[in-house]
Each structure stands twice: as C-alpha cells, then as structure tokens.
Design a protein around this ligand. Sequence first.
Ligand code: CP
Ligand code: NVA
Length: 308
Amino acid sequence: MKKDFLSIAELSREEIEDIFELTRSLKEKTYRREPHHLLAGYSLAMIFAKPSTRTRVSFETGIFQLGGTALYLAPQDIGIGTREAVKDVGRVISRYNDLIMARLFAHSDIEELAAYSSVPVINGLTDYNHPCQIMADAFTILEHRGSLEGLKIVYVGDGNNIAHSWINFAARVPLHLVICSPQNYQPDPQTLDSARAAGLSTIELITDPIEAVKGADVVYTDVWASMGQEAEAAARKKIFMPYQLNLQLLSHAAKDALVMHCLPAHRGEEITDEVMESPNSIVFDEAENRMHVQKAIMVKFARHHARK
Ligand code: CP
Ligand code: NVA
C-alpha cells in the first residue's frame, strides 16, 4: 500500500524521529560528497500551482543527489483542476512517475490528487498546511538546541498554513507552542482542538505579541499575506503591523532566542532587516534543511511503495 505525506498529523512520533535520523545521515553523506543513490532510477513529478524557490530547488536537487530525476511542472503547464480534472492528473502522472510532489491551493485538491494517484504524493504546501517546511524547521531547532523538550516556540503572525503545520507537529511531539495572531486571523479551531486532544504539548493562543514572546526560545514568523491573498495585502499590513518581528519585540524573548522564517520574507513588514541579519537568525539553516529533510521523506515514502 502506498502512503502519502499530506500532513504531519498523519505521522507517528516514531516516524518523525526516523525521518530525522535518516536526515542526519543523508546530510552527512551530502557534506562528505559520498554517493547515496537510494532512489536510483526513480522519477519525481513536481506539480506547482503557485510559485516557489526553496520547494522547487530543494526537491529537484534532492532527488538528483539520491540518483533520481525530477520534472518541474509549472502552473501554466498542467493547469491542474482547470485544464484537466485533479483526479485525471493523478492517474496519468502515476503511470509515468514514482513520486509526486504538489503545491496546490485548496487542501481538498491535494487530498483528491492523493486519492487518485497510485504513487505517493508529498505535500509541498497548500492553503491549509506546509508539512515539509515544519519538519525542516524542527530538525533545524534540534541541530541548534539538541532537543525540543522544554523549549518555548512562539509563532507570531497569520494563523496560516505554517501555523497549522506547527500545531500538527505539536500533536505528535511534546513542546510549548504559542500562536500569536490578531483576532480574526487565528488558526483553524479544529486543528487546534485535535492537537490539544492529543495531550502531548502545551498550545496557547495569545493575541498580545509582547506577552507571547516573553522568554521564548524560538520566535518564528511568516508573511502576512500568503500566496493567493495578494489582494488583501494592504488591509492586512495595517492589522498586522503590531506583530512585526523587530529588535524591540525580540528583546522580550530569551537573549539567545532563535529567529526563524520559512521565507520568502518581506523585509520591513513581518520581519525587519536587523532581525533577519541578527546573530539570532537561523533562516538560511532552515532553508538548507528543507533539502535534507525532504530527501529523507522521499526515501521513506518511496520505499514504502514498490511499483507493480
Ligand atoms: N518556504 C518555502 O516553501 O519557500 P518557496 O515558496 O520558495 O518554495
Ligand atoms: N504562508 C506562506 C508560506 C510560503 C512558504 C504562503 O503560503 O505564501
């Protein structure tokens, strides 16, 4: 049976730890330039309905390092759901390729794609979540701090796809997660309820950014208007300004707090130049780890599935 990677909530804690262990070894091999062609002969179809730098480059380079190959399918190429029905795209691509990575708008579209694909589908971001990003983020924190236990991780900004994946992660791995968003921009209540019901983590919703950031070990932010919300950007800018991650707000966190951002960043909006460039910032380690973690994810999910 094939298994998809659409949400961190679908993984067990053991599977998350296994992925991190494999990531460590693949990252070492990459640094030593030691061949690790675990997916020799495999092909990955990458379907994008939205733009990308990190997701495209890290998946494409990652599968190449694993001995496989990738196809980049830009929004105008396939026209998934417009030129052709999602379920037909899934069935056709599955006949050619061993793995699919998709970046789509509606989460229900990636669920449909996965339901109709006979090969594993990996979520490269939807309007609802971004699981590969948060796996890479957690791995990056582990590299810097050794453990996630006892850490206060504060996400300041829109209750968006990034916030949802952090909440899903907290349902599987114990941590102290604070989500700090303005009223009306808070994360999905159902996602919060099920993560809280898992009973592993402390998950708080705090609207005041100064109170939220107090003593934080990690301060994370993301754009105020996500891809697809460009028309709301000006209105959101006014509402979110008090949530800007600047040196003043950062001064309320622990002195050595790690600053994180999934990127792309809008400097001068959700994060200032000074904070992006400060010694606390680990945003480029985070970006690099997208590739190492996704290589492990591709190996785990592709191995799960043997082509008939
Ligand atoms: N963080 C991230 O997913 O970046 P891209 O949108 O550039 O892929
Ligand atoms: N929330 C952002 C994340 C980009 C990686 C977006 O969806 O545009």
